[in-house]
Design a protein around this ligand. Structure first.
Ligand code: PLP
Length: 375
């Protein structure tokens, strides 16, 4: 099988599965219990927090809360930062539903919510941000890499705008598609909150984390045993978290090498597509993350192309896997693509284990699809 849907999820590394199995079998203790085996787990968790903070170039006094995935991290970041209905909450219109739907919910509950437009290249419109940011703005959520187009938002540029216009606003970044793929620096960009997920970097599903910079005010949004500094009640998923650390270790060690490989794959694919004989629009330009490539086959249905490829053992995405049941595509629509173009979109997303040979087979099958459609 050829798997080109790595932005939806990735195959877990074997080290991750081994780590999960070993810890589930041997370290099944409740990390919050009062005996020594639990203390050991608790100490390990604190060391894991420090490792993630270091990787993000945070400070020792910053914190990490382990969660059930980025959806939970995003919900905690947004709803945990809502203290005042009179203040302004800004979100990029291109956010993943894990953030976007929180924003919609806040607006329905009477909060002052505004959305930042996107530019044609998929990045946020920095002028729009500049215009909408003011001294009333208390929260800004803008993702690092867009999960549909691969567009990379310039977090430093955003920080400079916030420094000028809303220096006290809490800055949240959904970094799911950039963590361990593209350099992140929470200190340099003065990021307050940052969400990550294990299963996008070859870890397991159901594990994630929220980075919280020192002094950032956040309230809990669930109630229970007050684990994770009172911010995330629920028995700690030690084996899941420990295996997440394994995924982080392997992915971060190979981050530069993986990026180089994937960039080569992207360039190879785009070159090959020139010979398909059909007009293929590439949404994801050279400034986008090489891991995610959004393509538009205008006049065709992306859904049909996806099914055709699936019948030949090639898996690609149409837009976000989390929103396949939704009609249209908010992100492509915001960039300015027409309904017809959006219908023809597919998403190819790589990991470093993909190969040029797989791309050859993919492109051959795209060609065959058009031959069959036209005969
Ligand atoms: N944010 C982004 C940018 C994503 O791509 C995803 C998953 O597709 C999520 C959040 C949700 O992550 P999780 O599956 O860990 O809840």
């Amino acid at each position: 099988m050829i798997y080109f849907d790595n932005a939806a999820t990735t195959e877990p590394y074997s080290e991750v599965i081994e780590n999960f199995y070993k810890n589930s079998k041997e370290q099944y203790f409740n990390a919050s219990a009062g005996y020594l085996p639990s203390f050991n787990l608790f100490n390990n968790l604190n060391s894991f927090r420090k490792q993630i903070i270091k990787l993000l170039n945070g400070n020792e006094s910053d914190n990490i809360i382990f969660t059930s995935g980025a959806t939970e991290s995003d919900n905690l970041a947004v709803f945990g930062s809502c203290f005042n209905k009179q203040k302004k909450y800004l979100f990029s219109i291109g956010e993943h539903p894990a953030v976007y739907n929180c924003a919609v919910n806040l607006r329905e509950r009477g909060y002052n919510v505004e959305f930042i437009n996107l530019q044609k290249n998929g990045q946020i419109d920095y002028d729009d941000l500049q215009n909408k940011c003011d001294s009333d703005t208390c929260f800004v959520s803008i993702m690092s890499v867009n999960n549909e187009t691969g567009a990379i938002n310039d977090l430093k540029k955003i920080r400079n705008i916030l420094d000028q216009k809303s220096p006290d606003a809490v800055f949240h970044v959904d970094a799911v598609q950039s963590f361990c793929k593209i350099k992140l620096d929470v200190t340099n960009c003065k990021i307050n909150l940052l969400s990550v997920s294990a299963h996008k970097i070859h870890g397991l599903k159901g594990v994630g984390a929220l980075y919280i910079s020192k002094g950032t005010k956040l309230k809990n949004i669930n109630y229970g045993g007050e684990q994770e500094f009172g911010l995330r009640s629920g028995t700690i998923n030690y084996p899941g978290i420990s295996s997440f650390m394994e995924a982080i270790k392997v992915s971060s060690l190979n981050q530069c090498e993986n990026y180089r490989k994937v960039l080569e794959l992207k360039n190879y694919l785009l070159n090959k597509l020139k010979n398909v004989g059909k007009t293929v629009k590439v949404v994801s330009d050279e400034n986008c993350s090489p891991y995610i490539i959004s393509l538009i086959f205008e006049g065709n249905r992306g859904e049909t192309i996806m099914r055709y490829l699936e019948s030949r053992n090639i898996l690609v995405g149409t837009g976000s896997a989390c929103s396949t049941n939704k009609i249209g595509n908010r992100v492509l629509h915001s960039i300015g693509y027409s309904k017809g173009e959006i219908l023809g979109a597919i998403r190819v997303s790589f990991c470093a284990n993909n190969t040029k040979n797989e791309i050859d087979i993919f492109v051959e099958n795209i060609k065959k699809y058009f031959e069959e459609v036209n005969t």
